[in-house]
Design a protein. Sequence first.
Length: 178
Amino acid sequence: MIDNSDFAAFVRTNTTTLLRSAYLLTGSQQAGEELVQDTFVRLYPRWSRVSSADAPMAYVRKSLTNNFLNHRRARVSSELPFADPPVGGHEPDIARSVTDRDLVSQLLDSLPPKSRAVLVLRFYDDLSDTDIAKAVGCRPGTVRSTVSRALASLRERLAQADAPSDTPTEPQPKGGLR
C-alpha cells in the first residue's frame, strides 16, 4: 500500500531541486516540469520501494536522468527548442545575464544527452563521480572521461563563438596613423 502522505511530503520537499536539474537537462522550463511530473508519475506506483531505498533522492534523481536520456533518444528532432525568458528578480545587467544564459543553454544543447546529464549532475547538483555513475548507469571512470571530453568540447565551441570574424567591420588605414 502506498503512503500518500510520505509521497506528498517528498514531492513538496524536493520538487524545486528536481525542477532546477530538469530545467538544466532539458533547456526548457516546460519540458523540465514535464520531465519531473513524468518521473513522479512513473515512481508513484512503486513508492514504497523508492522510500525504503538507502537514498530516496538518489533513486528519484536516477529515474529523472534515465527518463531524460530515454526521451532524448526517442525524440524526433523536429522540435526546435527556444530559451525561456528569465523569470523574476532584478539583475544589474540583464542583457548580459540573458546572453550568458542563452550561450550556456546553446552550448549544453550541442552536447549529447549523456554528456549533458553528466555535466548537470556534476556541476549543478554537485554529485560525486560514484553518484553520477549510479544515476547515469556507467562506471566512475567513464564519468570522469565524459566530463573531460564534454568540457573540452564546450571550450572549443566557446572559442569558436568568441573568435573574431574574418571580415573586418571597418576598413583598416594603410601606412599607420598620421
